[in-house]
Design a protein around this ligand. Structure first.
Ligand code: GLU
Length: 300
């Protein structure tokens, strides 16, 4: 909660350029944008371009074009996560220097018989004493202290990392910085005070909070918004082939996104201008409409 002593609100939208902006990501972008506006805060746009093998040519440009067309206004220039490469490397080195992280050369095959937890394979700690960083992934040590947080919509969420995920990868074997480390370093550098994102990342958050603690960073507040599903319950996502949002009838699509967010835009708003829709939405924004919801069905 913001008090007079709280740092000024800074939020962000952080898409990976793995495909065009689809309806689910429009909803996430709108939620984080409106939340920042309602707190008179700053809203940053960070393109998470640190996983070239998963990126799609042209996706960055197409995401920016769509956000611009839909009237999103971000503060400052677009931030590219790849620009923080040195900061990612420094954070990794400090974890290694303190023996909080260690090299691991286990292959998928080596781990095939490991126990499985809610997040997949639980790393059994095979390489905990290893020192040889050449051609190795790097894993972060975990323990079974309960790591929990209070999500503004989803309530308290906690995990015991050692038994639920095991020591997890912070640098991949191909040398790329793993998502958890990159996101935590960037949120810290950019002074993010609240993260509003999809519920699919709820169970990543304890790992990110663990990293924040080990790196002595601030932990932002977290708001995980429900996932949008088709009527059959399947999730809309770039990977399941959800189409990029159309640039035609943007006002109507934006109103549909607000409706999914529980905001009840008046019918006639679908015929107004994009800036009128944002004015209405900023004034009436109430994220509380989504408390406790894990999924929302997109009907139209
Ligand atoms: N880049 C991530 C994605 O597109 C989101 C990261 C985050 O919001 O923490 O799924």
């Amino acid at each position: 909660m913001q008090t007079s002593e709280s740092p000024p609100y800074v939020g962000r939208f952080a898409p990976s350029p793995t495909g065009p902006l689809h309806f689910g990501s429009l909803v996430a972008a709108a939620a984080s944008f409106l939340q920042a506006r309602s707190k008179n805060g700053r809203w940053l746009l960070r393109i998470e371009d640190i996983d070239p093998p998963r990126e799609q040519p042209g996706a960055n440009e197409s995401i920016l074009r769509a956000l611009d067309h839909y009237g999103f206004q971000w503060d400052g220039s677009v931030i590219y996560q790849s620009a923080s490469h040195e900061a990612h490397k420094d954070a990794l080195q400090s974890l290694i220097d303190q023996s909080l992280a260690y090299p691991c050369k286990c292959s998928r095959r080596d781990l095939a018989n490991a126990a499985r937890g809610p997040l997949g394979i639980v790393y059994p700690g095979t390489c905990r004493d290893s020192k040889d960083l050449i051609d190795a992934a790097v894993r972060l040590r975990t323990n079974n202290t309960e790591i929990g947080f209070q999500d503004a919509l989803q309530g308290r969420f906690a995990q015991q990392l050692e038994s639920e995920s095991g020591d997890f990868v912070v640098r991949r074997r191909d040398g790329l910085t793993a998502y958890h480390l990159a996101v935590v370093v960037d949120d810290e550098i950019q002074g993010i005070t609240e993260v509003v994102r999809g519920i699919d990342l709820l169970d990543s958050t304890p790992r990110q909070i663990w990293l924040q603690r080990l790196l002595q960073y601030q932990t932002p507040d977290y708001v995980h918004i429900p996932v949008i599903t088709h009527e059959d319950g399947s999730k809309l996502s770039k990977l399941t082939g959800a189409n990029g949002i159309s640039l035609n009838s943007a006002t109507k699509t934006l109103c549909a996104a607000l409706a999914v967010l529980g905001q009840n835009p008046p019918r006639e708003l679908a015929y107004a201008s994009i800036s009128d829709v944002w004015s209405w939405a900023s004034e009436s924004w109430q994220i509380e409409q989504l408390i406790g919801q894990k999924t929302i069905v997109k009907t139209a």
